[in-house]
Design a protein around this ligand. Structure first.
Ligand SMILES: *Cc1c(COP(=O)(O)O)cnc(C)c1O
Length: 434
């Protein structure tokens, strides 16, 4: 291994930040509780790279937790943002950009007739839940253990990566009365959903990460999503695909394009904003017509449809509307998968690489992971060692076993080779250490 990287400046910045920001961060996973040590502070991004405060350069496999599918500071998106900024930061009134982005979204998601833009994934999901409850006049919702749908009260129950990394299954401050209306069931367990529907007649919606990415990458088992579609239809319940992470990621049209299943409502975010804060929810005409001002279900936002954010989204989606991009991403991620699987075999370490398109997780687990309770069996100490070994070699992974790695189009052959080589060395290093 080359000479060890120093993180002195990051450490110092974290000490100062902790005096002024809660835990020194604005989102818990950034505090590195999942891997120990002090978080890296970044000062710059460029294409496939992140540069930290000590001047160390890393290949970025986080992509800001998904949005940066085109890599850091993509020139096309940058220029679109610059053009929009000159014309106004925000109008608080309609602009043509919102319609333009809505048309692109509808093209990608034929299940969506009408769109409402918001400013985060959290807003999109809790608004979709409100709409589902209003439309069905029912209260209860079903979600799945380990699926994260933002931090809205109804959805902070067994909510995966963030809370999992902190070891909190739930959160104080969410009233029992509200949490009791959320049934959290094991992912990939259709039988549990069937039982819930036979027991309760007031289930407004089933919300699911159609490919789970917030307990690490866990694909749906064959028939699971189809089963949810059939059960919700049979019981007059709304099926919500939370594609905040998978939307424009696993395919331009998300999981619903990949597996050919149409939900009633879809929530989007992350890539949709091209790195700016944007979320959206959309679905069938008659459902969306219940939202104000067409209908009585209230939902609003001062900065919703912000022109700068819309411009970033439009520039990103126009680029992604090209099958070749997804073919290339698949090829790049498959190359890394093969390399890492070879290294796992060579070292004999118990680890399983799970992947769908450009999302993946290396689970330090003996067997494939199909749900949250299996994810929790992983050797998190090993993951932490692996994370730091990779960082030392200039590869930045999500600092938690329960997160997905995200590949970007900025990663070229040399970067991919470096990821594979670094992973091989890191696995050998942690194997020697244990
Ligand atoms: C990230 C994420 C959210 C929350 O989005 P924010 O923009 O962080 O509020 C919701 N659902 C899923 C599936 C996500 O991955």
């Amino acid at each position: 291994m080359p000479r060890p990287l120093k993180f002195d400046r990051s450490k110092k910045l974290f000490e100062i930040a902790q005096k002024h920001l809660v835990g020194g961060v604005d989102s818990p996973v950034r505090a590195f509780k999942g891997v120990g040590g002090s978080p890296l502070f970044f000062v710059r991004g460029k294409g496939p790279y992140l540069i930290d405060a000590d001047g160390n350069r890393y290949i970025d496999l986080v992509g800001s937790w998904g949005p940066l599918i085109l890599g850091q500071v993509d020139t096309g998106v940058l220029n679109a943002v610059k053009r929009a900024l000159r014309k106004g930061f925000t109008f608080g009134a309609p602009s043509p950009l919102e319609t333009e982005l809505a048309i692109l979204v509808k093209k990608a998601y034929p299940s969506i007739d009408k769109v409402r833009f918001v400013s985060s994934g959290t807003e999109a999901t809790f608004s979709a839940i409100r709409l589902a409850r209003a439309a069905t006049a029912k209260k209860r919702i079903i979600k799945f253990d380990g699926c994260y749908h933002g931090h809205g009260d109804s959805l902070l129950v067994a909510a995966g990566s963030g809370p999992a990394t902190l070891g909190l299954p739930d959160s104080p401050g969410v009233p029992e009365e509200i949490a009791s209306l959320t049934l959290s069931l094991p992912y990939n367990d259709l039988g549990a959903v069937e039982t819930a529907f036979s027991k309760f007649t007031d289930i407004a919606a089933v919300i699911v990460e159609p490919i789970a990415g917030n307990m690490g990458l866990v694909p749906p088992q064959p028939g699971f999503l189809q089963g949810l579609r059939e059960l919700t239809r049979k019981h007059n319940s709304i099926l919500i695909f939370d594609e905040v992470m998978t939307g424009f990621r696993v395919a331009f049209g998300g999981t619903q394009e990949l597996y050919g299943i149409k939900p009633d409502l879809t929530t989007l975010g992350k890539i949709l904003g091209g790195g700016m804060p944007v979320g959206a929810y959309g679905g069938k005409e008659e459902l969306m017509a219940q939202i104000a001002p067409e209908g009585p279900v209230y939902q609003a936002g001062t900065l919703s449809g912000n022109p700068v954010a819309m411009a970033a989204g439009i520039a990103t989606l126009k680029r992604l509307n090209d099958k070749k991009i997804y073919d290339d991403l698949e090829e790049a991620a498959a190359f890394v998968e093969e390399g890492i699987k070879r290294a796992v075999q060579k070292t004999g370490i118990e680890a399983v690489f799970q992947r769908v398109g450009s999302m993946a997780t290396l689970f330090f687990s003996k067997n494939p992971v199909k749900n949250y309770s299996e994810a929790k069996e992983c050797d998190r100490k090993r993951f932490a060692k692996f994370f730091w070994a990779m960082a030392q070699r200039g590869v930045y992974l999500p600092p938690s076993q329960y997160e997905s790695w995200f590949f970007s189009t900025a990663l070229k052959r040399d970067h991919l080779k470096k990821i594979v080589k670094s992973a091989g060395e890191s696995l050998e290093e942690i194997n020697r250490a244990s």
